[in-house]
Design a protein around this ligand. Structure first.
Ligand code: SF4
Length: 364
């Protein structure tokens, strides 16, 4: 769709290089692992804390969250769970914007993270001052941003969305005649634009993990496994999305493994999700979608280097010492909460039928 607005160019390469320097959590022996599990179970109780972990974190963190009454989910559900849980401290295993989202929705609670160095390339590629200046140029457009953004960018937005609801929100706005500024992921934005036909100007950020999936190699892999269903997260490039049997958010992809009759799945998203996919369907075979591969151009190889910074050891240290606390400026938090809450209310209205879904495009 033609429009007069154009987002500025973003150079992802320096962010990719920054990610390459990111140290993963230290590997543990089995004895260290067992000792940390025991210590963390004690600490979570003593500190009145609950662990919420993202699907892309290490299996140990997901297991610990499950075993201690926490939650393993996507970023929004993580924040919502923390809100509903009675614990006074939420420990977020994930990347920084997830900790911030938890704080935005739970300003009265303490939010800790195993590390404050875990970034996200989408967040980094959308600096608040530059983005805000861009939005100021197009006051006639509704600003819709993905959850993978800083608190300041969320505060500047009219809506915050996750991948599970992005298409529905944009379709809703499009039907009301609204034109949109979308940020920061260009691939997800492009996908949403194609599905809805909305007038969207796309910020040019990218996820360095999903950006690595390769269409030609995926085609060859699928030829070797013709019975496999291809599951693709919409942060992936368009020529990868085109080959998908299911395009969806992390939760939607896990559900697809459980619900589809296929025995084998080729999965184009972070391989951390395999932990929950195996749990949902233990007998099914999961294959990573091809990336550039080690030794080629691949800097992430289907695993987020920032998610990999989270481990049992730094989680225990943070909880014991009360370090790595997330702070969000109260006024920024208040403004950001409005745009996050708008999405939560919209999702609730979809569920109750207060907003009709019949004419809202499905993501897959
Ligand atoms: S996988 Fe991509 S979108 Fe998710 S946190 Fe890592 S860099 Fe950000």
């Amino acid at each position: 769709m033609m429009n007069s607005a154009q987002a500025p160019t973003i150079d992802i390469e320096p962010i990719r290089q920054q990610a390459l320097l990111t140290p993963p959590a230290k590997p543990l022996s089995e004895a260290e692992r067992q000792a940390l599990f025991a210590r963390l179970k004690r600490l979570l109780k003593e500190k009145d804390a609950v662990l919420v972990a993202h699907y892309y974190t290490d299996d140990d963190l997901q297991q610990l969250a499950d075993e201690t009454g926490g939650c393993v989910s996507d970023s929004l559900e993580m924040a919502r769970f923390g809100h509903d849980h009675p614990a006074g401290t939420i420990v977020v295993a994930g990347v920084r914007f997830m900790g911030e989202t938890a704080k935005i929705l739970n300003p009265e609670k303490r939010v800790l993270m195993p590390t404050l160095q875990a970034e996200c390339s989408l967040d980094l590629s959308c600096p608040a001052d530059r983005f805000s200046a861009f939005c100021d140029q197009y006051p006639d457009r509704t600003v819709v941003v993905y959850a993978n953004t800083s608190a300041e960018v969320k505060a500047r937005a009219d809506w915050v969305v996750t991948s599970s609801i992005a298409t529905k929100v944009v379709q809703h706005l499009h039907e009301k005649g609204e034109k949109i500024i979308w940020a920061p992921d260009r691939y997800l934005g492009d996908y949403v634009q194609k599905v809805t036909g909305a007038d969207m100007v796309l910020w040019q950020g990218a996820c360095i993990v999903h950006d690595e999936f390769k269409a030609a190699e995926l085609r060859k892999l699928h030829e070797k496994h013709p019975g496999a269903a291809v599951l693709v997260h919409p942060e992936s490039p368009a020529d990868v999305i085109e080959q998908a049997d299911v395009v969806g958010s992390t939760t939607q992809l896990i559900n697809a493994v459980h619900n589809l009759p296929n025995e084998t799945f080729i999965v184009a998203t972070d391989r951390g999700i395999f932990y929950k996919m195996h749990e949902a369907a233990p007998d099914k075979k999961l294959i990573e979608a091809p990336t550039g591969g080690i030794g080629a151009s691949c800097g992430s190889c289907a695993h987020c280097p920032w998610m990999a910074m989270n481990g049992l050891q730094n989680l225990a240290d943070s909880l014991e010492q009360g370090t790595n606390e997330i702070h969000v400026d109260p006024e920024i938090g208040r403004q950001a909460r409005v745009s996050v809450q708008r999405m939560i209310d919209f999702a609730a209205e979809l569920k109750t039928g207060a907003i009709g879904e019949s004419n809202i495009a499905s993501p897959a």
